[in-house]
Design a protein around this ligand. Structure first.
Ligand SMILES: [Zn+2]
Length: 98
């Protein structure tokens, strides 16, 4: 009845492990680069959710912060809502510097 070779398991298990771990690495680096907490990838504790979280991390706009007053500027806006300046930097850059 069972004609699965042990070799089959040896290939399948690392492949399944890679499919689980891969979106976690991609997601964490995406969340970090865009100024979000990489802890969102805890969703990946459930295998399929890792892929969902990775897709979310890819589609999120990068968070930006006003250079003058430090207020977070919503995506799509060209000027700070608080002080009206148009100079802003990525939030992730500020996290890395401090
Ligand atoms: Zn501002």
């Amino acid at each position: 009845m069972s004609d699965f070779s042990p070799l089959h398991d040896l290939i399948l298990l690392p492949a399944a492990g890679l499919l689980w771990v891969l979106p976690i690495f991609v997601g964490v680096s995406n969340f970090r680069a865009k100024g979000y907490s990489p802890y969102w990838m805890w969703f990946a504790i459930v295998p399929l959710f890792g892929w969902i979280a990775m897709i979310v991390s890819l589609s999120l706009p990068a968070r930006r912060r006003c250079d003058a007053c430090g207020t977070e500027v919503p995506p799509g806006l060209k000027r700070c809502q608080k002080c009206g300046r148009d100079e802003m930097s990525l939030l992730s850059a500020g996290i890395r510097a401090s």
